[in-house]
Each structure stands twice: as C-alpha cells, then as structure tokens.
Design a binder for this molecule. Sequence first.
Ligand code: NAI
Length: 271
Amino acid sequence: MSHHLLQGKKGIIFGALDERSMAWKAAQRVVEEGASITLTNAPIALRMGKINELAKECNAEVIPADATSLSDLEDLFSKSMEKLGGKLDFILHSIGMSPNVRKNVPYTATNYDNFQKTLDISALSFHKVLQTAMKLDALNEWASVIGLSYIAAQRTFPGYNDMAEAKALLESIARSFGYHYGNKRKVRVNTVSQSPTVTTAGSGVSGFDAFFHYADKMSPLGNANADDCANFCVVLFSDLTRMVTMQNLYHDGGFSSMGVSQAIVEDMSGR
Ligand code: NAI
C-alpha cells in the first residue's frame, strides 16, 4: 500500500541483481511510494542479472557503473540527473562482495589482494559514491543516503571473513562523510544493519543457513526480511526522518540487544 511518502523524489538504487536482492525490493517500494529512479549495477552483473525486468516494472533507466570506478560514477550521476530531470533526493548503496569469501580463503590465511578488493567494492565504493555526488553537487538539501551493513562490524561472526572489516569501514564512512555532507548541504548519511537475509550475497557466506536460523531464534521479532528492509529504506528516504544522520541503525528484530533467548536455551538444553 502506498503512503506517497516519496512523491516527486528522485534517486539511484545500486545493487539489484535478482528478485531476492535487497535493492530489488527497495526499488519496487520507493517507486510504489511515488519516487522516480535509475537503477545501476556493475556491467558484469547486468549481463548475468535480470535487472531489465525490474527496470520495466519501475519505469527506470538502467545505467551500468562499477562502483569502484570514479569515472563510471560520474557518468552515472550525470546521466541520472539528466534522465530524472534534476538533482537527486536519495541513494541506496546495496553493494557487497568479497573475493576471499567467494574463494573460501580462510580469514587467518587471507589473500591481501582479495582483501583490498573486498574493502574497495564493499566499503570505499560508499565513499566514492558520496564524493562523486558532492563533486557534481548532485544531491538536493535534506537528501538521504543509505548503505546496507551487518552486525559483524561490531561482533565476531567467523564465516563473515573480511566482510566484517568492510562493514566496520562502511559504517565509519557514514559517520565521517555524514558530518561533512551535513554541514555542507544538509545531506543525511546512515547505515542500516540488516538481519541475515536469503540473497545471492547473503547465502555466499559460509554457514549462512545455520546463522540465519540462529538469528531468527535469538530475535524477539524474528529476522527482518528484504521487504521489511525496503520499508525501512522508504522511511529513511522520506521527510519524516530529516534529523537522522551519521547513525548505524539496527534493523534486525531485536537481535543486537540480545544475550540469549529462551528458544536458544531450549535448543541447547538436553545436550
Ligand atoms: P546481492 O548479491 O543481491 O547484492 C549485492 C550487489 O552488489 C549485487 O547486485 C552485485 O552485483 C553488486 N556489486 C558487486 N560488486 C559491485 C561493483 N564493483 N559495483 C557495483 N555493484 C557491485 O545481495 P544482498 O544481500 O541484497 O546485498 C546487498 C547489501 O546488503 C550488501 O551490502 C550486503 O553486504 C548487505 N547485507 C546483506 C545481508 C544478507 O544477509 N543478505 C545482511 C546484511 C547486509
């Protein structure tokens, strides 16, 4: 159901790969709420993915951009402003990839070239997006920028490997850039720390099934799913959250405040 919370707003959604992607659901929801958008992903993902289906549904242009490339990002922002007819009001950075996770390289025997790629793709790209937006003066005052994060930035989840460092860096960039962009243009920058969610990136993490169910049993509300995440993004892009910035906002059904739940205690009893 639409509340017209984003009527007339314009934005860019990064990272919709297939219908399970968090960005896919977010794109559908922001359009439902009245926004017009462009969609973007890495050129290779565009070839593999089904983004054109989503683009048709959302009446959106697809503009390829490798989020680690400043020239691709400049092109993306320029074209997005041209297509959408003006400056932008929101950006969703929904990008994550670790070559070490993909290739099952253990954390304690990491490959540092891979590690640097993890940081570049999953965290520095957020800085590059913000820096490019600022350089081109592409965002309206009170625009809202979100990066998606995970609680492995604060707590240890061994299977998450070097993505933990990437998320810690991503959240730090939100605070640091949030200061500068807030001062300069009243732009808000936040990260949303989402529950484990069944997507291509999520299920690539080793032991994902186990910790998905563990988090679900630990959280009083259960895991937040991709539809819930899309709703939360709508609220954060809306004018109803104008004074929220430089925050890492847990969107996890209560997981981050838990020690242990009765359901987990019962699971462990009788062992
Ligand atoms: P996904 O695999 O659908 O999305 C990841 C996206 O990153 C893909 O569309 C991929 O093409 C894109 N990407 C990779 N390299 C890129 C590059 N160089 N330039 C531009 N785009 C690039 O998976 P999901 O789960 O929707 O991931 C979205 C975000 O949510 C990621 O930041 C992820 O870490 C985060 N997240 C995911 C959770 C989960 O359990 N699935 C939990 C918490 C956060």
